[in-house]
Design a protein around this ligand. Structure first.
Ligand code: IPD
Length: 261
C-alpha cells in the first residue's frame, strides 16, 4: 500500500479501532438475548473507538482540527486541516449483531477531502483513497460500475428512522425511483454505501439528513473511483447541507433528475 504519511496514519488508527470494535461486536452478539440488551455496551464501544482514533491522530498531528461524531468539533491551531471521523458508522446494525458497519476517517484540507479511509472490520475490507491517486480496496483498484440503463441499476439510500424530518421526502424519492430501477438497498452504513458505489457494487446512492462524518471519506472514494458526487439541490455542498447524491457518470444526471423531482 503506497500512501502518504497521513494516509498510513489513518489506516493504522482505523485498524486499531476496528480490532477493538470486532471484539466488542462478538460480545454484542451474546448480549442480544439478555433482558437489558446491548444498548449501553454499544454506546461505550462507539466512544472507546473514537478515543482510540482521536488519541492516535491528534498525537501525530497536534495542530489539526477535529470533528468526530461522539466528541464534536475542536478547532485546530492549523485552520486549514481537519480530521472528520465516525468511529462506528452503522451503529444500529452493530447493536443488532448485523455485520455491516464501518470506521470512517477523512482528512480535509482547505475545505476539500484529500485522504479517506473506510474500514469494514467485520469483513476485513479496507477502502482508501487520496486525491489524485485513485481509490482502492485492500490491494485492488476501485472503479464505479459501467451500467448505463436505470432499469439495470441498484441504488442505496438511508431511510430516516424515529420520526426524523426527512422521511416524507425520502418516501417520495422512493416512489419516483423504484419503478424505473432494478432495486434499492438500505444497508445501514452510509460510509459503506459510498464505498460500494466506488467498488461498482451499487450504481448510485443518495441520502437526506446525513452528517459530514458519515459521508466525508466516502465521497472521496466515489470521486477517485471515477464517480460523480454532489448535493441534492443545485449548487449545494453535500457536507454542509447534509444531502448527498452520487452515481457512475453514465447514470448520474438521470438519477439526480429523478431524485430532485
Ligand atoms: C447512520 C448510518 C445510516 C444512515 C444514517 C446515519 P451512524 O450513521 O450511516 O446508514 O442512514 O443517516 O446516521 O449513526 O450509524 O453513525
Amino acid at each position: 500500500m503506497q500512501g502518504s504519511a497521513n494516509l498510513n496514519l489513518m489506516i493504522k488508527a482505523a485498524r486499531k479501532a476496528g480490532r477493538a470494535l470486532v471484539k466488542d461486536f462478538r460480545e454484542v452478539e451474546n448480549l442480544q438475548v439478555s433482558s437489558k440488551g446491548p444498548g449501553d455496551f454499544v454506546t461505550k464501544a462507539d466512544r472507546e473507538a473514537e478515543r482510540i482514533i482521536k488519541d492516535d491522530l491528534m498525537a501525530a498531528r497536534p495542530t489539526y482540527g477535529w470533528l468526530g461524531e461522539e466528541t464534536g468539533e475542536t478547532p485546530g491551531v492549523d485552520p486549514t486541516r481537519r480530521w472528520i471521523v465516525d468511529p462506528l458508522d452503522g451503529t444500529t446494525n452493530f447493536l443488532h449483531g448485523l455485520p455491516h458497519w464501518s470506521v470512517s476517517i477523512a482528512l480535509e484540507h482547505k475545505g476539500e477531502i484529500v485522504s479517506a479511509v473506510v474500514f469494514d472490520a467485520a469483513k476485513d475490507e479496507m477502502y482508501w483513497a487520496e486525491k489524485g491517486a485513485g481509490a482502492w480496496m485492500n490491494e485492488s483498484r476501485l472503479r464505479v460500475s459501467g451500467r448505463r440503463q436505470m432499469i439495470e441499476a441498484i441504488f442505496a439510500t438511508g431511510v430516516p428512522f424515529g420520526g426524523r424530518g426527512t422521511l416524507p421526502a425520502t418516501l417520495q424519492d422512493l416512489a419516483r425511483l423504484m419503478p424505473v430501477c432494478a432495486g434499492m438497498r438500505r444497508w445501514g452504513s452510509a460510509a459503506l454505501d459510498l464505498a460500494y458505489v466506488a467498488a461498482g457494487r451499487f450504481d448510485g446512492y443518495w441520502e437526506r439528513g446525513i452528517y459530514p462524518w458519515d459521508i466525508a471519506a466516502g465521497t472521496l472514494l466515489v470521486r477517485e473511483a471515477g464517480g460523480m458526487v454532489s448535493g441534492i439541490r443545485e449548487g449545494d455542498d453535500p457536507l454542509e447541507k447534509g444531502a448527498v447524491i452520487c452515481a457512475n457518470p453514465a447514470l448520474f444526471e438521470e438519477f439526480r433528475k429523478i431524485i430532485r423531482g
